[in-house]
Design a protein around this ligand. Structure first.
Ligand SMILES: NC(=O)c1ccc[n+]([C@@H]2O[C@H](COP(=O)([O-])OP(=O)(O)OC[C@H]3O[C@@H](n4cnc5c(N)ncnc54)[C@H](O)[C@@H]3O)[C@@H](O)[C@H]2O)c1
Length: 338
């Protein structure tokens, strides 16, 4: 079978990660072209990774009949319209999270994908992390019995600049979105209602921009499981990414990942180095795994493991969390519409 020919749109932080995976770790695929409105950046990435062509625009990539699939790695506000254009051009699509901040625009994009009959995978990479996949396996197989409680701790090492807060849609849509996806993934069921207690503890400028930087979100699942998501934009000791599920037969928990396993013991203390600092280091393997899964799904004609609907539901959860915070009450998922 020939290699899957991929076009990459966006040569920023995450575009580079995926371009490197294709170049170094995915022999079943090749990056045929890359486009970025910042042409200089696209040229640099292409030169470094041996990508044959720098396209003048995403549209130039979509018009190329030799390209089978596109990776949409550009800023969030471009995702929905690029999905529509890519679907209409008959390309399979991998799109970074979140699909969009508007459910109406997400629905338009998903409709175009359905109509074109192409495959779509959303970039919820954490599902492909070995720790979290093991927790999911324990829940799915019944190893810990019937799940009762689920806890996600998800804290960033440092807040983004306040300017980013405005374009990103805020903490729930940009950061917690991964945890909303993780909650659905781990429990294998849908959330019915959320309650968000949130505040500004880290940076008053984030508050001035209309966002929060600290939150605990309570989730109630359809199957009765009760969950919490604990978010902070600033954990001084580094990226804190842990989960625990308690079930009728036991629990399963994952800790943080460290650059080494060394423990230093002295006369006054026992200590170790700080956890891997941020997502680029912590989730390196999951980024490669998700792309491998995408390429496999396209080549085998099987459904992708993270569908368009998997991209939509966490946006509903994020909008519900924001409404809960604004109105100081429990919000039902069913209250959120396009
Ligand atoms: N899955 C994850 O963990 C993860 C991590 C980081 C970012 N992301 C998502 O990936 C997307 C990009 O984030 P980033 O951190 O790489 O941002 P970034 O700003 O580093 O890169 C985005 C790039 O897209 C380019 N761009 C913007 N509009 C374009 C267009 N119309 N055509 C071509 N290029 C265009 C910009 O010039 C920029 O180089 C965001 O949606 C973000 O939420 C996901």
């Amino acid at each position: 079978m020939s290699k899957l020919n991929i076009g990459i749109v966006g040569a920023g932080r995450i575009g580079k990660v995926h371009a490197e995976t294709i170049a170094y770790r995915l022999p079943e695929a090749q990056a045929a072209a890359i486009a970025d409105v910042n042409q200089e950046e696209a040229r640099k990435v292409a030169a470094r990774l041996g990508i044959g062509r720098v396209a003048a625009s995403a549209q130039e990539i979509l018009a190329d009949a030799s390209i089978d699939a596109v990776l949409i790695c550009s800023s969030t506000d471009t995702h929905a319209s690029l999905i529509v254009e890519a679907a209409q051009a008959g390309k399979h699509i991998f799109c970074e999270k979140p699909v969009d901040h508007s459910l109406a625009r997400i629905d338009t994009a998903l409709e175009a994908v359905k109509k074109a009959g192409v495959q779509l995978q959303i970039g919820f990479n954490r599902r492909f992390d070995a720790n979290f996949a093991r927790v999911r396996a324990a829940v799915a197989s019944g190893e810990i019995g019937q799940p009762h409680l689920m806890h996600i701790i998800s804290r960033d090492p440092a807040p983004p600049p306040p300017a980013y807060v405005k374009v990103s849609g805020g903490m729930f849509l940009d950061m917690t979105i991964h945890d909303f996806d993780m909650a659905r993934f781990l429990i294998g069921d849908e959330v019915e209602s959320v309650y968000a207690a949130a505040g500004v503890m880290v940076d008053p400028e984030i508050g001035a921009a209309g966002d929060v930087d600290t939150a605990v979100i309570t989730l109630r699942f359809r199957n009765g499981v009760i969950g919490t998501i604990d978010n902070s934009r600033k954990a001084v000791y580094g990226y804190d990414q842990r989960v625990e599920v308690l079930g009728s037969k036991g629990s399963i928990a994952t800790g943080n990942c460290y650059p080494n396993q060394a423990v230093v013991s002295t006369g006054s203390e026992v200590r170790r180095d700080l956890p891997l600092n941020f997502f680029m280091e912590r989730y390196t393997e999951s980024f490669a795994n998700e792309l491998r899964a995408f390429v496999e799904a396209i080549r085998s004609g099987q459904p992708t493991p993270v569908t368009g609907m998997d991209g939509r539901v966490p946006v509903v959860m994020a909008l519900a969390a924001r409404k809960s915070y604004d109105e100081g009450r429990v919000v039902q998922m069913a209250e959120i519409s396009a």
